[in-house]
Design a protein around this ligand. Sequence first.
Ligand SMILES: *[C@@H]1O[C@H](CO)[C@@H](O)[C@H](O)[C@H]1NC(C)=O
Ligand SMILES: *[C@@H]1O[C@H](CO)[C@@H](O)[C@H](O)[C@H]1NC(C)=O
Ligand SMILES: *[C@@H]1O[C@H](CO)[C@@H](O)[C@H](O)[C@H]1NC(C)=O
Length: 399
Amino acid sequence: MARSSYALAAAAVLFVLPFCHGRGTNDQVNNPNIPYGSFNNPSTYVRPKWRYWIPDASVDPAGVANDVAEAAAQGAGGMELFGYYLYGGTNPAYPAYVPTDWAVYGWGTDVWKTNIQDTAVQAVNANNMIIDFALGVGFGGAGVPSQYDDVNLERDIQPFYVNVPVGGSFNGTLPGWGTGPLISASTGLVISGGVGNAASVLSTSSLTEVTHQVNAQGQISLSFPNATGTHYILAAFYLIFTHQREQVGPLDINSNTFPAKAGVPQSQPASFRNNGSNVWDHFTVGGAQVAINYWNKYLFTGTTGKLLKKVGNYVWEDSIEFFPRYAWWTTELPKVFQQEHGYSINKYLPIIVRGRVGFVNSVTVPLYSTDQADAGLSHLEDYRQTVLHIVQYPIQCGY
Ligand SMILES: *[C@@H]1O[C@H](CO)[C@@H](O)[C@H](O)[C@H]1NC(C)=O
Ligand SMILES: *[C@@H]1O[C@H](CO)[C@@H](O)[C@H](O)[C@H]1NC(C)=O
Ligand SMILES: *[C@@H]1O[C@H](CO)[C@@H](O)[C@H](O)[C@H]1NC(C)=O
């Protein structure tokens, strides 16, 4: 899935600016709106900046101010403020003890905003520097606090399969029925079985979408012709949420679901703002809006709000690390795929939904290819292109 990761990185970069101010701040290209200074005395905008990781919001604000002043004294032009939070506490590679009450000191809480973010912004201003913000918490910044069941959180597509003998029939409940909204159901003839990790090969001409034959109770009745092959598959795909946490909530700590253990007691979250951070759907405007709304309502306010035009530079997603279990997916994907490529993705889903998307939460699902000359890779590539194109960032920046 290396190609998909690459496509995803490009897609996410498109929405790194949730606010747009008049001043051009892109220091990566020749930009007439920012001063560059000289080689001997470069301007703030082109001096090195520090990636400044705060363990959590309990750190001493005076220490934050001192760090910023020290960076300025060393010639730095600015800081990127980032909440570390034990990599969100979600990564099995980094089991750890949570040293503070994350209901109080979580990312994006009032304490984070007042003690850390406002302090850093003020210190940056006092030292004539500029500030970048990581868009969210943890190892990537792909999540902010939200209601746990916000409909704009990260989605996934869960597959189910049943095998039916050639010449046989299926009359019963579609596999996986009830998992979530049905995306599609399809059938196909397997003409050679996968050996080891190899994919089973599907006859392309046999691929058939049968979604419209599933009734409201999830019942479907199909009979399969005799044919040269090993068996048929009936595949069903459902829309689900990943519920991936970018920072686990205080209630998740010690829950056995996550490796992080509480080093100190954790409080009940007073609201969703004290309950960790969730990865939003990176392929919809609604998903981007989860992050934008949080920043506008809770973070670009007060001291930060007042100084933002003066010292605010970038807000960006630091690292593209969010992993569905089965495939990158979003509600509108079939529609956009149809528009872009002129055919329906639905009957090809058995070759597209392959699991093992990232290095966390990977799952193994049956692998299929087709008997086309390219084994069906053109369809996989079409899907990846749609994943790449589907992000349409809603705000145009008038630099
Ligand atoms: C498949 O072939 C078998 C054996 O010839 C026959 O009994 C059966 O009716 C056929 N099934 C279908 C669906 O054509
Ligand atoms: C499928 O099963 C249902 C419920 O058992 C039955 O009413 C229906 O006749 C069956 N359809 C076929 C084609 O066998
Ligand atoms: C906090 O998150 C948990 C899931 O970890 C959820 O069950 C609970 O409803 C959330 N509570 C609040 C107040 O958001």
